[in-house]
Write a protein that binds this ligand. Structure first.
Ligand SMILES: *Cc1c(COP(=O)(O)O)cnc(C)c1O
Length: 331
């Protein structure tokens, strides 16, 4: 089986497991796990921010990050197929008590005029107050689309002018960085707060980080504990993440090349495949997914009419070629 359902399906490599086994650990709730502390400091530095917080999932990192800029009863603006809106099971509403309003862009992009129309920070006692704008780079359900740095900078300039905040869901920001050569710190600069995942294409078994100011992180540390996310000797997990940052970032370029092959097999112009995710419209999505599985290729339906194919660390060039041949034949 070649499993292209998600880049979360990677298994830790032998070398990663060795790094985990060797990790120095302590009780992280007491702030005494040196491997976690080193990872948090390293990732904060990568994005030019003061501090970071290790979390079990990207969803928790996003909930904590958005809650650091949006209070209960306020709203965050985001794209309508954003992960925070569609794929976190309502956590931001259920846990933080915020609401969302959305703009829609087929490629998940920043639509500044639309955002400006939605923005309502001070409409008196009858309207929800907009507290922040959230963007997702790369954009998962828009097929791994990259948000160009110029658009993000324009959004930053607009937010500064308005005095509002920006949350960046950077679960796959590493992929955007490798695909465009944009320094991570440039992405860090456009956001007040961001979340990144180590457990997607980077191949760690678990782990994400919220990144932001020292104050925001101190507050998030309390909220994480309240949510049941205070963890103990998790240096073994942070070590997997540190290993992934050392060894699995630059190789994301291979995943992107494999995704272009698969996109072409599915009838797309490979130039429209920005990173490691291919989403195609197929009226027969469930039947197509079942037919591919019969041929040893697992892909996912992400809606009644959409299929998603994702490349990752455990998919070799030979796997990608074989899967492309199967998908093209089923075409
Ligand atoms: C995977 C993902 C997350 C976090 O997901 P978890 O499964 O909770 O780790 C957040 N945002 C995006 C865009 C994602 O793809």
């Amino acid at each position: 089986m070649i499993d292209l359902r998600s880049d979360t399906l990677t298994r830790p490599t032998d070398a990663m497991r060795e790094a985990m086994a060797r990790a120095e650990v302590g009780d992280d709730v007491y702030g005494e796990d040196p491997t976690v502390a080193a990872l948090e400091e390293r990732v904060a530095g990568m994005f030019g921010h003061e501090a970071a917080l290790f979390t079990p999932t990207g969803s928790m990192a996003n909930v904590l990050a958005v809650a650091s800029v949006v209070s209960p009863g306020e709203e965050v603006l985001c794209e309508s197929s954003a992960h925070i809106a569609r794929a976190e099971l309502g956590a931001h509403g259920a846990i933080t008590g915020l609401t969302m309003r959305t703009w829609t862009h087929e490629r998940g992009q920043v639509d500044l005029p639309a955002i400006d129309r939605l923005y309502a920070p001070d409409m008196g006692p009858f309207f929800v107050r907009t507290a922040a704008v959230s963007v997702e780079n790369t954009h998962n359900f828009a097929g791994g689309a990259v948000l160009p740095l110029d658009d993000l900078r324009a959004l930053r300039a607009w937010a500064d002018e308005k005095g509002t905040r920006i949350h960046l869901d950077g679960a796959r920001l590493w992929n955007a960085h490798v695909a465009t050569g944009t320094p991570l710190v440039d992405y860090g600069r456009i956001a007040d707060v961001l979340a990144v995942c180590l457990s997607k294409g980077l191949g760690a078994p678990i782990g994400s980080l919220m990144v932001g100011s020292a104050d925001a992180i101190a507050q998030a540390r309390v909220r994480r504990k309240r949510m049941g996310g205070g963890m103990r000797q998790v240096g073994v997990l942070a070590a997997a993440g540190a290993y992934a940052l050392d060894h699995h970032v630059e190789r994301l370029a291979d995943d992107h090349e494999h995704a272009r092959l698969l996109g072409e097999a599915l009838g797309l112009d490979p130039a429209t495949v920005d990173t490691n995710i291919v989403v195609v419209d197929r009226p027969d999505a469930p039947a197509f997914v079942a037919a591919a599985a019969e041929e040893g290729v697992r892909i996912a339906a992400v809606g009644p009419r959409a299929v998603r194919v994702v490349t990752h660390l455990d998919v070799t060039r030979a796997d990608a070629d074989r899967a492309a041949a199967v998908l093209a034949r089923l075409g």
